[in-house]
Design a protein around this ligand. Sequence first.
Ligand SMILES: [Ca+2]
Ligand SMILES: [Ca+2]
Length: 392
Amino acid sequence: MNFKRFLKSKFSVRAVSIVLAATALVTAALPVLAADDYLDAWDSSSNLRIAGSTTLYPIVAASLGVTTVGQVQAVGPFQASAGGSGCIAQLYSGGSGHGAYAVTQGDANLGMCSSNKKSSYPDIRNDVVARDGVCVIIHDDGSLSAIDALTTTVIGDIYEGIYTKWSDINAAWPATDIFPIARIIGSGTRDTIVSKCAMNEAAEEAYLGPLYATAGYTRKDSNAEVVADVNATAVGSIGYIGVGYLGSISGDVRAIPVKANDAAPAVVPTDQNVTRGTYAISRYLYLVANGVTPNLGAYGAAFRDYLYSDAGQNTVKDQGFVMVNPRQDVDASSTVDINDIVSIGLSWNKSTGQQGYVITKDVNRDGSIDINDVVSVGLWWNITYTTPANEW
Ligand SMILES: [Ca+2]
Ligand SMILES: [Ca+2]
């Protein structure tokens, strides 16, 4: 099989991700990746090539107007913006490891990573373009209603096979089998479970390998597949997905509140809890670039800036993820408090186009500064957060 075509196939992207994450001997394990072999050569003066995380994929795809993996298009809101005029988009998924690898190889302008891949790829630089919370979902037909929360440690232990029935975790819970649905190795979402839930990767692989072989099952390539499979497989199955996919769960699937430890409160994944970090499996979503020999092309920096813009952050929210900085913090002080209300008051009742209208005070961006903006601030009252540093 032609290697270009091999790489474009779904199987190969999974295989590449597994290889990348499983071994440092990438070049030994893969055929040599000359730029022309990897994918069709591309012209960075007119094209913007991005590859990586399936979690970030919908944000970037919506911004670029791309509807199919690898599709070449030039019709998204980014292209309609001043910095994106004339840009042709090429977007590939394949997981966070794939994205980090692609930029270090010079095979993409930008990578999408849903975890910090710098320990494996020290040459990359991270810019945080969104926040996310990894949500733990279970298939519950009502018989598992007693399951009210899970600690991060227990979540990791489930994937290591330490608990195989729900009653193993809590004797008061039903003795229903737990079927753990996992993402492919190299997935940034899986990395987040490793780091935030102390999941031992080797133990997880040792447990899931035989289990999946027996069940005729495989690791999942994407958040969407996890949602579908938790719904489709047995009651008691469990999976993990980005908060942006919570809106797509239905039927007998529900998210479980998470506790940082036994003594901690059970916290639900909301925008507020993700932003202030009280939701224990919160994380950043990164747009990454090669820091050593940057190959941003004509559009890489402009696209990063676009994602930070009002329009770009609207897309982040529209796709179900969490903005980097909450608009409720009108004065950008890192705390939502009375000063933000005062700031709104100074432009009270001003509408778009009027003198005194300031868009940052129009918290809900509906064109007028009024009571609805104050109400929005109230929903985030007293929340303090940290703005991540950018690296390129
Ligand atoms: Ca403030
Ligand atoms: Ca408003």
